[in-house]
Design a protein around this ligand. Sequence first.
Ligand SMILES: Cc1cc2nc3c(=O)[nH]c(=O)nc-3n(C[C@H](O)[C@H](O)[C@H](O)COP(=O)(O)OP(=O)(O)OC[C@H]3O[C@@H](n4cnc5c(N)ncnc54)[C@H](O)[C@@H]3O)c2cc1C
Length: 340
Amino acid sequence: MEKLLVVAFTEPDGSLSPQSIESIHAGHALAGPELILGLVGGDVQPALGQLQAIGARRCLAVAGPEFSQPRYATDATAAEALARAAEATLIVAAGTPRTQRILPGVAHRLGGRADTHVTAAAFEGDDLLVSRWFYRQRMEGSLAREQRPWAILLEPGCAVGGGKAAEGALPAVELLSVETPEVLRRTQVEGRQAPSPDQQTIRPDADLLFVVGAGWTKKQADGQVHGVDAEKLIRGFLQASRASLGSSKSLVDMSGEGQAVLPFLSHLNQVGQTGATPRHPKGLSTCCHGEEPHAVGWRFVRERRAINLDPNCGWARGKADVLYVADAFAVMEKVNELLS
Ligand SMILES: Cc1cc2nc3c(=O)[nH]c(=O)nc-3n(C[C@H](O)[C@H](O)[C@H](O)COP(=O)(O)OP(=O)(O)OC[C@H]3O[C@@H](n4cnc5c(N)ncnc54)[C@H](O)[C@@H]3O)c2cc1C
């Protein structure tokens, strides 16, 4: 019988991120009321408040100021202590930068194995099978392991809405006492540096993927290019909607070649076969033809809409749920007006 522990790190305010909550629900779908929860953070009380309705067998925690920083040495020590206290054979966590950094090392300390970027996990009889993508998401593989403990990092967004609701009551928390000698605290996190929200156009947690294509930079009906208007409309929509910005390859290639087109785009925004495969519930494509090498990057976007002047563009061929045959400049101007 497997013993499944979900390890979750709390945020600076003591709460759990949506990704951590998703991993706890995924853990509950696998282990049911036998689930063992393991929380780590400066303060775990707010997280306990969020988890009152989660049925679990045990709720372990490692808490204190020394565990508030995302620091390898203390994070790994806390996760190892939780796994040992739980006698876990399976250790599940949301695949965030913080857990991706430590969990393979923790598995090594415990003599186990780790798999990252797992997109699904389910029991077949007594055997746990996990799925993940290989070769830039062109092939999906399913695998099982004999080694225990087995640490599994779940790709955020894959279990949303899936599995059964984790109903029940949270047992009393068992606080573990974990030593943190000076040698574990040598690294200090002094702060975070991140682009301002307006510069940061890639937002993996956004509900909407907004894709811009090369059409924004092409001559329009009046024979002119309207780059300045395009930039204003795109930036205005991103600001109002907080959508994540994706691009076609043609458009980012133009930006890379130094042409004075949308300067806030980089190859990181590229969606498609040679770009990213983001996971957003909805997507809106504008001025992009929807050719297969681009549309293949939309495979995880569940609701797709596109705006294109061409009724025979790729989106019209079964790649979008709704195609608006319209001028994206006019449509987005109206949309921005409605959002303001
Ligand atoms: C090996 C390989 C890998 C590739 N990988 C990728 C990839 O990862 N990602 C990717 O995107 N592409 C990729 N491509 C390129 C892909 O095949 C297309 O060339 C590219 O996606 C086209 O970009 P686009 O649709 O923005 O531009 P275009 O093909 O130029 O289309 C512009 C569109 O804008 C529309 N338009 C113009 N003005 C307006 C307006 N006012 N309102 C509404 N619509 C308007 C036009 O009707 C047209 O459909 C790859 C190609 C190859 C060969």
